[in-house]
Design a protein around this ligand. Sequence first.
Ligand code: HEM
Length: 528
Amino acid sequence: MVFVRTYQAYPLSENVSSSTIVPIVSFIVIIIYLLSLLWSEVFGYKVPVFGIKSLWEPIVVSNFRFFRHAEDVLVEGYRASKGEIFQFRRADTNMLVLPPKHVDDIRKLPNDVASPTVAHVHNLMGSSTNMHIILRSNLHFRTLQLKLTPNLNWLTRPMQEEVNFAIEKDLTKSEDEWVTIKPYHTLLDFVARVSARIFLGKPLCRNPEWLEISTQFTENVFVSLVILRLLPMWTHGIVSWFMPSSYKGTAYIRRAKKLLVPEILRRREKESGGIGAEEQDKNKQNLLSWMMEIATPEESDPASLAHLEVVMSLASIHTSQMNAVHVLYDLLAHPEYLDPIREEIRDVIKETGPWMTWSKSVFSKLRKLDSFMRESQRFNPPTLLSMHRVLLQKAQLSNGTILPKGAHISMAVNAIQNDPEVTSDPEIFDGFRFYKLRQREGEAHLHQFSTTESNVLNFGHGPNSCPGRFFASLEIKIILIRLLMDFEFKFKHENKRPENLRAHEFIFPNPDAEILMRRRPASERLEI
Ligand code: HEM
């Protein structure tokens, strides 16, 4: 509106017609653009650029190439650079990709020198997607490390109960008739329910509004970031205004606050009223109560705690759900693994007792399932890049290389883990690859789904690696074991694994893919 009025109030002079303005403006834009390319050529990183056809190619073109063909760009860069740093162009940054020899250098850098959080916020287009809250405090990270992971041993039971509930509610009871499901959606519902039980406790975990917020916020953030990443940074503020995903995301945060703030105040009041003993009952403990317990006074604002709960859902639900969907698809694509995995589950029941009595340590006996999950993740990583850091100060690597302040660095996880020097015959899907490695002398505790290694970076590596990975491993196993023991599955179309979808560095299972399922006979099912 303002532009229209200004235009009308100051009409163009008669000498400068609109037909002369257009070429002048175009000329200025081209000159500015060429100067910016020249600037980045002279002052930019002196390492090879991949994913471009020429140095003068508009960034919008190379950015779009990365959006479509990220894997090709990264694999080409990784192979051609032979252990040295390379870069590629995204609309938001020229990203430096470091070789695995620098993993130790990066993991040792303190967060005030190389920040993972600033990098995550940047990657998730934080200021347009409500993710910037994690810059204010690391309460979410501490709560997972100090509270959730140490309590996993007894959290198995509530997680199993929630899976039982979801199965009874949502899945077929027929042993004869095959019914169609979309695993992406079914497993999203399961993971959201199990996570909600641990994040909020009962009865709030079954609140349909929370289940919607905790899944749909993430979907909207991803839609926003996939679109925004295609556009120059300076347009993001304006474009966000017109993107339904952007204001839907903000609305979900508002709804979460409306739902959770009264709950937080109610819990506080109970505590101050001396009913703390009830809260001491560990069955009443959950992520929200733990966050409230360890938050500093500055971190205790109820609205911020509610916002962090949503952020935690973003970090946890789709990551675990996509992993579970990939494992299910890979099991159907390689059905020869199903019997040994089911047999392993039955053996553990014989050895340690019924399913509903399993504590976390019992799950570590499922080495074949664990190995299969890790191999499935190797073939279907959630992202091709990991160990993102933004340099808040310049830093020196062990070979003397200086990384300048402001650089955004990362590692090409998938290119690394599929390098034949890291994984033998990487193109072969060997579901028991890691099971076999663990049988080697001294390696029994290595190569697990949740173990990070200097060349297996799907959860990062070092002090900033994913603090939720032990929970994720347990959650995925609890859901899959019930599904595999109680149901049969088969692909619906051409007995073929549905193709994954790709956008930028992200890989997703196809949300619309369908499979068929029916219940196994009672004698084969788990005893509940
Ligand atoms: C298969 C599932 C998952 C995958 C593949 C995954 C992967 C990752 C990766 C790659 C990072 C970044 C590590 C780095 O910076 O070096 C990360 C960070 C993180 N993850 Fe996970 N994750 C998963 C599940 C979870 C779950 C279940 C939770 C919560 C219960 C969680 C919470 C977090 C948090 C809070 C961070 C740190 C964010 C920050 O720096 O503020 N993740 N995860």
